[in-house]
Design a protein around this ligand. Structure first.
Ligand SMILES: [Zn+2]
Length: 151
């Protein structure tokens, strides 16, 4: 695959130890653009947009933000916990903007499934349609998200 210098830089930023300890690609050997393309197709099949998923993740993050690091129940069966840390982190894509460090963990008490994301994930999904590589700790599987967040 022929890469532009900018794409090469982005791919480098996603490696472990550059922006975050674990990086953004997990054990996924694909180029980040191929990951985005496949996830975009999945979203089209599910008839949902990255913006709708980002809005839903932001909705839970905003409500859990005030919980002072203790889990809260939102809308009857979503157990959500926001853990915040000092500091900010840049996006691996080239533009100005830094995102608060922190993790939001949500457990759907109906199905028992859990997902975990960061403020940066919300941004990357909304602006770049990037859900991270398979095996990455904060990979959000678009098809799983539908079952966990919208039911
Ligand atoms: Zn970005």
């Amino acid at each position: 695959m022929k890469q532009t210098p900018q794409e090469k830089k982005i791919q480098e930023n996603m490696q472990p130890g550059v922006i975050t300890l674990n990086g953004f690609l997990g054990n996924d050997n694909r180029h980040y653009q191929d990951i985005i393309d496949e996830d975009r197709r999945t979203l089209e099949r599910l008839s949902i947009t990255p913006g709708e998923i980002a809005d839903r993740l932001q909705y839970f993050a905003d409500l859990a933000w005030d919980s002072y690091d203790a889990p809260i129940i939102i809308d009857e069966f979503y157990q959500v916990e926001y853990k915040s840390y000092r500091g900010k982190i840049p996006c691996p894509f080239p533009h100005a903007g830094r995102y608060p460090k922190g993790t939001i963990t949500l457990k759907n008490l109906n199905c028992g499934k859990e997902i975990c994301w960061t403020p940066l994930n919300i941004h990357m999904i909304r602006e770049h349609c990037f859900f991270e590589g398979k095996g990455s700790p904060h990979r959000i599987e678009p098809s799983e998200v539908m079952k966990i967040l919208f039911k």
